[in-house]
Structure formats: C-alpha cells, structure tokens
Design a protein around this ligand. Structure first.
Ligand SMILES: NC(=O)c1ccc[n+]([C@@H]2O[C@H](COP(=O)([O-])OP(=O)(O)OC[C@H]3O[C@@H](n4cnc5c(N)ncnc54)[C@H](OP(=O)(O)O)[C@@H]3O)[C@@H](O)[C@H]2O)c1
Length: 332
C-alpha cells in the first residue's frame, strides 16, 4: 500500500483545450475509514469525453465539479480495509471515486471478480449500456437499414456498430485513421468505414450509404452531423449521444442545418445514460451473453499511473485511443 493518496484537483475551469494549471496533482494522506466505512484502492479510472464537460460550467446533466474538488471519474477498486460487515478486504467494487488512488465510502457496488475488470468499464459498463440503449431504444434499427456511427473506433461507437450488425443492418463508421477503419471492418464486422480526416465526408457518405441513412448514432457532431443530415431517409432516427467535436470549442459552434429533420419527418433525440440505470440488469443479461458468445468484441487502451490521467485525457480528442480509455491506477 502507498503512503499517500495522489489526487487530481480542479483548480480552474479550462477555456478551450485544457491548459497546465487547470488541474493539479497533489499528495494527501490516505483517508481512514470510520465506523461502518470501507477504504477502497482504485485499480482502474475511466477517462471519458464527459470529463471535459464536468470541468466546465456549461449546461449539463450533473453539477459541474467544484473548483478545489477532486476531479470526478468512474472507477473500479479493491477494498483494502473494512469496518462494514458486508465487505471484506479483496472485494472488487465500482463507483465514482474520482481521480485519486484511495477513497473512503460507506459502501459500494460489488462486482464479480471472475470477469475481466476492464470489461466492466467498457462493454459491460456505462459505455456498453450507452451503445445498447441509445441504439436499440432510440435508434430502433431494423434489418436492411443503414446505420451510421461517428467516433466509430471509440468505446461507445465500436459497440454500437456491432449491435447494429447483430440487428441485420448495413453499418458505416467514421473514424480518424486508416488503421482504425481497417480494424472495424476486418475485426468488428463493419460494412464500411470512412477516414473522416482524409476523405471528403459528404461524398464518402454518399458512396457508402447508397440507400440513404436510416439511423445516425451521433458521437461527434459538427461537420459529420452536417453531412449526415443531407442523406437521411424518411422517418430517420438521429441518436444524439455526444458532440465531441465541440467540447473544447471557445466560440459557440455553427449549428447543423436542421431543415431535413422537418422535411424527412425524422426524430432527433438526446439521451444520457444515467436515465437508464434502473434497466442495467436487462442490458447486462443480453450484452453479457453476446460477449460470452464472442458476438461482441471490445478494445481497451490502458495507460498506467494516476499521474498520467490528465495528460491522457487529450487522447480522446486527438483520437489516440481505440476503444475504452482507462488509467490503471494500481495493480489489479
Ligand atoms: N449520452 C451519454 O450518456 C453518453 C455516454 C457516454 C459517452 N457519450 C458520448 O459518446 C461519444 C464517445 O464517447 P466515448 O467515451 O466512447 O469516447 P471514445 O469514442 O472512446 O473517444 C473519443 C473518440 O472521438 C473521436 N474524435 C475526437 N474528436 C473528434 C472530432 N472532432 N470529430 C470526430 N471524432 C472525433 C476520436 O477518434 P477518431 O480517431 O475517430 O477521431 C476519439 O477516439 C462522446 O461524444 C461522448 O460524450 C455519451
């Protein structure tokens, strides 16, 4: 066990890209569990595009992180000490312990340690659930339809495309490198993938979606959403999951042309995965089966050390991650 608790503290709200000094890594004493409490050592910390949103005071679905507080983040950890009879040292738990090595809590959700822990933070966690509920509940993909997904080699996008394939759709992804595109087509069964950094997005989408677009699972926004809008079919569904192209923007972004939503009587709907927490058992049962049967695969990009949390967050914006980006804070 370490003799201090390294924590990332939010010092300033970033303007545009995160700058040195916006967050600070500090050494604090390891907290001591009181009566009925447990001490948890963080093993994995999830890095997510929404971390950038939580650092800002923009309109959002949870309160922003307060200046001076430990940065918020989803975690998996191991119980080190327990004063709660329901927990024992060695129990594996998950929660939102934040960007720090240790946390004290009254209790936490226990996990089955037999499954690979990174899977709980990706395909079998909030990431996989975002893909599952967003695509199936809002996108309602039908066999033979064309589904487009942006940030397709990322944590959510790579699962969305595979579920759409299981539902009998033509799946076209957009990703930021030829290597990611090859991987999605060859290993994850996508029908096509467009390198949006290299190709003209509009003409590439026209080529790969000859029958138009029935479902757009939108992770990027901006130029990609603009191009998608021109190709949507009658009664298309646009699942507004994320707008990563705009999280670091300083100026208010230019909006997409929404006229086609009207003309095509399409539905565009935002959703946040926390609304689906009561239905996680349903997700876990079906996704768990798909993963066990090898029908859904998942990638993880794992960086070691809490000190690398902030430097690694930018990988989500430059596209250096493939699949779920995690920090291994301590040895599993
Ligand atoms: N609604 C919800 O409840 C919910 C829950 C989880 C996540 N989300 C959203 O889902 C999206 C994906 O999140 P994730 O956790 O799965 O992250 P991720 O896709 O694993 O990582 C982000 C990826 O976005 C791509 N990207 C970055 N800037 C881009 C740009 N300007 N245009 C197009 N692509 C860009 C990068 O890949 P490339 O190499 O392809 O550029 C990067 O790898 C985000 O928008 C996030 O906010 C929403």
């Amino acid at each position: 066990m370490r003799n201090s608790n390294r924590q990332w503290i939010l010092r300033k709200r970033p303007i545009g890209d995160i700058a040195p000094g916006d967050l600070e890594l500090v050494d604090s004493p390891i907290p001591v569990p009181g009566p009925g409490e447990i001490l948890i050592r963080t093993v994995y910390l999830s890095l997510d595009p929404t971390n950038r949103i939580w650092m800002s005071d923009m309109e959002q679905y949870m309160p922003p992180v307060n200046i001076g507080d430990v940065m918020r983040g989803g975690t998996i950890g191991i119980v080190e000490q327990s004063n709660n009879p329901d927990f024992k040292p060695g129990d594996v738990v998950n929660g939102i312990a934040g960007w720090q090595e240790y946390v004290v809590a009254p209790a936490a959700q226990k996990l089955n340690p037999a499954l690979p822990l990174p899977a709980y933070m990706s395909v079998l966690g909030a990431t996989g659930a975002t893909a599952y509920f967003g695509l199936l509940d809002l996108g309602k993909p039908q066999p033979g339809e064309t589904v487009v997904v942006s940030a397709a080699a990322g944590a959510v996008g790579s699962i969305v495309g595979q579920i759409a394939k299981l539902k009998g759709c033509r799946v076209v992804g957009l990703a930021g490198s030829d290597e990611k595109c090859r991987h999605l087509v060859k290993d994850f069964g996508f029908d096509a993938c467009i390198n949006y950094k290299k190709e003209d997005i509009r003409s590439a989408l026209k080529r790969e979606c000859p029958k138009g677009i029935d479902v757009d699972f939108e992770n990027a926004g901006g130029e990609i959403l603009d191009a998608v809008m021109e190709l949507i079919n009658l009664k298309a569904r646009i699942v507004l999951c994320g707008m990563i192209s705009q999280y670091n923007a300083v100026e208010p972004p230019r909006g997409p042309a929404l006229t086609n939503i009207l003309m095509k009587r399409a539905r565009i709907e935002g959703f946040i995965i926390i609304d689906y927490f009561p239905r996680f058992a349903e997700f876990f049962a079906e996704m768990g089966k798909w993963v066990a049967e090898g029908k859904i695969k998942y990638d993880t990009t794992i960086v070691k050390g809490i000190e690398n949390a902030l430097p690694s967050l930018d990988m989500l914006f430059t596209g250096k991650n493939t699949g779920k980006l995690l920090i291994e804070v301590s040895a599993p």
